[in-house]
Write a new protein. Structure first.
Length: 295
């Protein structure tokens, strides 16, 4: 389900230089809140979750030659991406429902998408450098390039950036955190990136029903006038909660906080760690743009 409809959805907040919320969705309480950076636009509107996030984030870091996050990807600076728990389907362990308005999981699973614009000079190629921190679950992808082959760790430095490729298990793909860049930049990645491609590709470690702290830097190319589409797909409509690294879900849920010190962006002012919605503790990420350059 796109983030513009239904009774649930991801809370996605882009700080931007304007820092003003734009609410999408025609659903009721629990709907997706999408905040972008257009100046002067008030919050509110149908589909916003009760107590939904207001805008946050910092202005762009200069990239040289007048290029900056504020002028090229303003909505990406301070982008808060949450796997919002919503729905009434039965779950077990430390999972949470992600069926949104449906009482059952659709046969095709759940899709949540949010597209933000790339500004700057139309057609000009830019490199966007980001830092990612958060607490998310793993996923296996194949045919692309891992940023790190390190095993899962508990010290908060997991680097799960995965450039290119696709789902490792096309019949049971779940908990994907994807970025699709358009139009094509000619990059070897095919303009597809994944935020949670575990360094361990194969076996149980890359598909545990658990969450881990991540902290890494990454880069990708965009073209001015294009778009960035963020997507979560979950085949069984069951998201992992921020409950720790125990995959069997038998322990008490102990949500963790993320050290955000030194980031170029901040959480929205009304998001308190650990974030909570519908009595669940969802997984989430914060994206900061460290610089934008022109190759």
């Amino acid at each position: 389900m796109p983030a513009t409809g239904g009774s649930g959805g991801d809370v996605v907040v882009g700080g931007g230089s304007g820092g003003v919320p734009v609410v999408g969705g025609a659903g009721g309480a629990g709907g997706a809140l999408v905040a972008a950076g257009s100046a002067g636009m008030p919050s509110g509107g149908a589909g916003a979750p009760a107590g939904g996030a207001s805008v946050g984030g910092a202005t762009g870091a200069a990239g040289g030659g007048g290029i900056s996050a504020a002028t090229v990807v303003p909505d990406l600076q301070g982008y808060y991406w949450e796997g919002t728990c919503a729905g009434s389907i039965a779950v077990e362990g430390h999972n949470c429902p992600m069926s949104d308005s449906s009482p059952t999981c659709p046969a095709t699973g759940i899709n949540r998408e949010k597209t933000i614009p790339v500004k700057g000079v139309t057609g000009q190629l830019y490199t966007v450098n980001i830092e990612v921190r958060g607490v998310i679950g793993t996923r296996c992808y194949t045919g692309g390039t891992r940023a790190s082959s390190a095993a899962l760790n508990q010290d908060g430095t997991n680097n799960w950036w995965y450039a290119g490729g696709t789902y490792a298990n096309a019949t049971g793909w779940w908990n994907t955190y994807e970025l699709h860049v358009s139009p094509s930049t000619g990059d070897a990645s095919g303009d597809v990136y994944y935020f949670n491609g575990s360094g361990v590709q194969g076996g149980n470690d890359c598909e545990r029903e658990a969450t881990y702290l991540v902290k890494y830097n990454a880069s990708f190319k965009v073209k001015g006038g294009g778009t960035l589409t963020f997507k979560i797909h979950d085949q069984n409509c069951k998201g992992q909660q921020n409950c720790g690294s125990n995959p069997d879900g038998t322990t008490t849920c102990m949500p963790r906080t993320v050290d955000l010190s030194g980031m170029a962006a901040m959480l929205p002012s009304n998001i308190t760690q650990p974030p909570s919605n519908n009595s669940y503790k969802p997984q989430w990420m914060l994206i900061a743009v460290t610089s934008v350059t022109s190759p």
